[in-house]
Design a protein around this ligand. Sequence first.
Ligand code: TRP
Length: 343
Amino acid sequence: MEQRNEPMNPPAAERKKRILSGIQPSGTPTLGNYIGAMRNWKLLEDQYDCLYMIADLHAITVRQEPAKLRAQSLQMLSLLLAIGLDPEKNVLFFQSHVHQHAEMGWLLNCFTYMGEMSRMTQFKDKSAKHADNINCGLFTYPVLMAGDILLYQANLVPVGADQTQHLEICRDIATRLNALYSGVFTIPEGYSPKIGARVMSLQDPKRKMSKSDPEDCFIGILDTPDTVRRKYRRAVTDSDAQIRFDPENKPGVSNLLSILCALTGETMESLVASLEGKGYGDLKNAVTEATVETLKPIQERFGQFIGDKAYLESVYREGAQRASRIAERTLSKAMKKIGFVAK
Ligand code: TRP
């Protein structure tokens, strides 16, 4: 009897779930981005089929200086490699290199309502902040993002709290198209990592650590040991001099404690016990040391990658090819269902 080759694709049930996330190439990520998001990506690479995209198309919704945008994009790719993401296991690519994103964005724009977009809180915030440049891209930003996710039929999307509204609208748009055309898109879900701490601003510890705040508010992943030390030394604490985890009444001290726990893997209980009788200076020294130790190997690897243009090029070219193959399948399916003449 003739032997038949089984198809290479395993049945859907056996296929790994797919994860897609995007990160904008706008400045160096903070320690908060690292603890809350990036370091978890490394932990997912064996269990899931992961794609990480540098969202450079999203970046131009605010004005960018060309040379800086280019440099920051390569810097972000180097950082993804430096935190240990294996480019064989994860598809790492620039959004602008996969033309299907812009095309899918257009299609989805025609199935998204003005009213939905004007309710987006990030649009309201950003248009207040960039009042001189409220462009249409800024308005339809969540539609492009929906396309990013849907093109890959992603099951899970790790996003921070600031992006959950965008993920929700993505699900709405996908559900709407599926109702019209049936079976176009997988409906994605949010993914929250098992471990992760919310890292707060060093100067205003009731707010999230953000790179758009003044320098002293955040630790950048590429900050030198001296800078790290200086920023922690200036971090706000309080006047009662007691080391205790109490985010409500002692937000500054609690933030330093949770950063330390996140970096050392120690439990809060044993950490607080070990600091019994010590002062804020000791806590600041400990968190400085743990931060410097964590960042050192990342910074070393970053230095190697950023200096190796040929390697970076091979990573992003290969990434774009792999991403594009998947994206094209979804795009042509959607176009066919919508009614375009096949090429
Ligand atoms: N909008 C996201 C941010 O600013 C970045 C992003 C773009 C993204 N496309 C995405 C995140 C798709 C997750 C999935 O953080």
